[in-house]
Design a protein around this ligand. Structure first.
Ligand code: DGP
Length: 115
């Protein structure tokens, strides 16, 4: 087992509800949803946050966004709209230090992006 819970999810050493998978990216349901639909999209290569990801290999950002586009295009999220959020560090309230992109939707979200 890795110390990183999302690496363990990628390696199937921890269970998750997978909604999307290809050779580079995994999408799965957030364990503590903040909206009717709350998914997490992660790259299979570990990085700590999106700044770290860009410094390591910026193409990973497009790998993740392409996966989000492919997943949402196949269901009502793209038609109705959704939000993508990535938290960085303490002030960003990041709790899991494997870069992840929250995909939120399935209902009209609040306009509040702050605390
Ligand atoms: P953040 O605060 O941006 O680091 O968000 C971390 C998210 O990860 C949070 O919404 C809850 C979710 N999460 C934490 N542990 C697990 C887990 O073991 N499984 C799943 N599916 N989600 C998790």
């Amino acid at each position: 087992m890795s110390e990183c819970i999302f690496c363990n999810i990628i390696n199937k050493e921890l269970p998750s509800s997978v909604v999307f998978e290809n050779d580079k990216v995994l999408g799965f349901k957030d364990i503590d949803p903040s909206a009717k639909v709350h998914l997490l999209f992660i790259h299979k290569n570990h990085s700590e946050n999106v700044n770290d990801m860009v410094r390591t290999d910026a193409t990973q950002v497009s790998d993740v966004y392409q996966a989000i586009e492919q997943y949402t295009a196949g269901n009502s999220l793209a038609a109705d709209g959704f939000r993508v959020v990535t938290n960085i560090g303490k002030h960003g309230r990041q709790d899991v230090f494997h870069t992840h992109f929250h995909v939120l939707g399935g209902e009209k979200l609040t306009g509040n992006l702050g605390n």
